[in-house]
Design a protein around this ligand. Structure first.
Ligand code: IMP
Ligand code: MG
Length: 450
C-alpha cells in the first residue's frame, strides 16, 4: 500500500539532508527577525546595521550547533551513550570523525557569499552545505589530511565528460600531491581495462607524467578505483595508458574476499530482472547493460533523457527488491558530513544509484572503494618505513585523515553518500565548486604555514 507516509518518506527523507535542513531552519529565524527590510528604500547605514546584526546572530547559531556536535562527539565514544541533544533533534545525525569549526567556517563563507547582507533570500541549503564543507576542510586541513578521494562525474568533470588537459582542477590536484596528500579517484564508472579510465582522466595522468615538481614517489601517490570498489589501477608512467591494473588478490580486504562469485551473480540476476520490469512497466526509453560487477539501464536512443522521477522510482524499486531478497545489503551511512559506520553489514553490499541519465546497481559501494584506498596507502607507508630491524604493521589511513569529495550525498539513489561511513566528506555541486574547494584547501594550508 502506498500510504501518505510512504510518499512523504520517499519524497522527503531520501531527497533531503535532514542535518542541513535543520541548520537552515535555525538560521531562518534571525533572517525573519533581522533581515527583512522595513520599507521600500533603506539607507546604507541601516542596511549595514541589519547585516551586522544578522551576521552576529547567524554566527551565534553556528557556534551553538558546533557546541552540540562537540557534545555529540564526546558521547559517541562512550560504551553505552545516552542520546545527545543533537541526536534527539536530528535522529539521522551519525557519529562524527572530526569536530566542525562551524562559526569560523560561517564567517569565512559569509565574507565570500555575503549571506548576512541578503534581505530577501534566507540562508539556503547551498549556503549551509558550503559552510559545512569549509568547516570540514578547516578540520582536516589542520595538518591531518593524508588522503583525498574524488568522485568522477560532476566532481572532476561535467556528467559524461572527461578530465581534459585544460581543466583548472589539474594544477590544484598536483599541488595537493606536492604536499604529499595521497589521491584516490573513486568512481562508479566501471571499466575493466586501463584505456577506459585513461579516456576519462587523461588530462590529469599526462600532467602528472610531465610534472617537473613532483618526485617519483609523489607521482606514485594516486590510484584509480573504478566500479565503486571493483577495479584498482595504480599510476605507472611506462604503461600504455599510464595505468597498471592491480590484481584483486593484492587489494581485496578480507571481508570483500568473502563475497562469493555465486552470491554476486545471484544479486546481479535479481537486479537485472527488477530493472527489466521497470523498463517494461514504466515504458522507459532505456536498454539494459550487464557487466561482471554491475548492471544498469542507459537511455536508448542515447540522446534520449529518462525522466528524473522514473530514474528515482527505478532506484528505490530495485533497492527494495534486493533488500527483500536478503541477497544484498545497502550499507547504511549517516546523514551528516562526517560520520562513522553504525550498522553491521550482511550479504553482498551493493549500491543502486541514479547517475543523472542512467541507473546502475554496482557490487560494493564507495565506502569500500575509499576503504581500499585507505588500506593501500597505509600499507605502502608501512613498507616504505620498514627496515630490516623493524617491520611496522600496516595501518590504514584513518577516517579523520581522509576527505571524500563528491556530488551525490542524498541518502537514497546517491553513491557518494556511502563514503560517509569511512571518512569525512565534502559535498560539491559542480566541477567549478571542486575548484573552489581545492582553493580553500590551499588557502587554509597557506594560512596555517604563515
Ligand atoms: P561517478 O560520478 O564517477 O561515480 O560515475 C557515475 C557514472 O558512471 C554513472 O552515472 C554512469 O553513467 C557511469 N558508469 C559507467 N559504467 C558504470 C558502472 O559499471 N557502474 C556505475 N556507473 C557506471
Ligand atoms: Mg558523481
Amino acid at each position: 500500500m502506498t500510504t501518505r507516509y510512504r510518499v512523504e518518506y520517499a519524497l522527503k527523507t531520501h531527497r533531503r539532508d535532514q542535518f542541513i535542513e535543520w541548520v537552515k531552519a535555525l538560521l531562518a529565524v534571525p533572517f525573519v527577525l533581522y533581515s527583512q527590510p522595513a520599507g521600500v528604500v533603506s539607507d546604507d547605514e541601516s542596511l549595514e546595521q541589519a547585516a551586522a546584526e544578522a551576521h552576529r546572530r547567524y554566527a551565534e547559531i553556528m557556534r551553538d550547533v558546533e557546541n552540540m556536535i562537540d557534545d555529540h562527539m564526546a558521547r559517541q565514544s562512550l560504551p553505552s551513550p545516552l542520546p545527545s541533544k543533537l541526536g534527539m533533534l536530528v535522529p539521522t545525525a551519525g557519529p562524527f570523525f572530526t569536530r566542525l569549526p562551524l562559526e569560523a567556517a560561517f564567517k569565512y563563507q559569509d565574507r565570500k557569499r555575503h549571506i548576512s547582507s541578503r534581505r530577501y533570500v534566507a540562508p539556503s541549503f547551498n549556503d549551509v552545505r558550503l559552510v559545512l564543507n569549509s568547516a570540514q576542510i578547516m578540520a582536516v586541513n589542520n595538518g591531518s589530511l593524508q588522503l583525498a578521494t574524488f568522485d568522477g562525474d560532476v566532481t572532476l568533470y561535467e556528467d559524461g565528460q572527461n578530465l581534459e588537459p585544460s581543466s583548472p582542477i589539474i594544477p590544484r590536484m598536483l599541488a595537493l600531491m606536492k604536499n604529499n596528500v595521497k589521491i584516490g579517484i573513486v568512481t562508479a564508472a566501471g571499466y575493466t581495462t586501463a584505456d577506459g579510465y585513461y579516456a576519462r582522466l587523461h588530462g590529469l595522468l599526462e600532467a602528472i607524467a610531465a610534472s617537473p615538481d613532483l618526485d617519483p614517489i609523489q607521482k606514485q601517490n594516486i590510484v584509480i578505483m573504478g566500479g565503486e570498489a571493483n577495479y584498482l589501477f595504480e599510476y605507472s608512467p611506462s604503461s600504455p595508458h599510464r595505468l597498471a591494473p592491480v590484481p584483486r588478490a593484492d587489494w581485496l580486504t578480507p571481508e570483500m574476499a568473502s563475497w562469493s562469485e555465486a552470491d554476486i551473480k545471484a544479486l546481479l540476476d535479481v537486479a537485472e530482472s527488477a530493472l527489466r520490469d521497470c523498463i517494461r512497466t514504466m515504458n522507459l526509453p532505456a536498454r539494459l547493460i550487464r557487466k561482471d560487477r554491475a548492471v544498469g539501464i542507459i537511455p536508448d536512443p542515447p540522446d534520449m533523457r529518462i525522466a528524473r522521477e522514473s530514474l528515482e522510482e527505478t532506484v528505490l524499486n530495485v533497492q527494495r527488491i534486493l533488500e527483500l531478497t536478503s541477497l544484498g545489503s545497502a550499507t547504511q551511512a549517516s546523514n551528516t558530513v562526517s560520520a562513522t559506520p553504525s550498522t553491521p553489514r550482511k550479504g553482498v553490499p551493493f549500491c543502486a544509484f541514479n547517475g543523472g541519465r542512467d541507473v546502475f546497481v554496482d557490487i560494493g559501494d564507495k565506502s569500500w572503494g575509499v576503504a581500499v584506498c585507505q588500506e593501500w596507502f597505509g600499507r605502502r607507508a608501512a613498507a616504505a618505513t620498514a627496515d630490516s630491524a623493524s617491520v611496522s604493521a600496516p595501518s590504514p589511513i584513518k577516517g579523520e585523515h581522509t576527505l571524500h569529495v563528491g556530488d551525490q550525498f542524498l541518502s537514497a539513489g546517491s553513491n557518494d553518500f556511502k563514503a560517509r561511513s569511512v571518512g569525512t566528506t565534502a559535498w560539491i555541486a559542480s566541477p567549478a565548486e571542486t575548484v573552489d574547494l581545492l582553493d580553500e584547501i590551499a588557502d587554509f594550508t597557506k594560512k596555517k604555514l604563515a
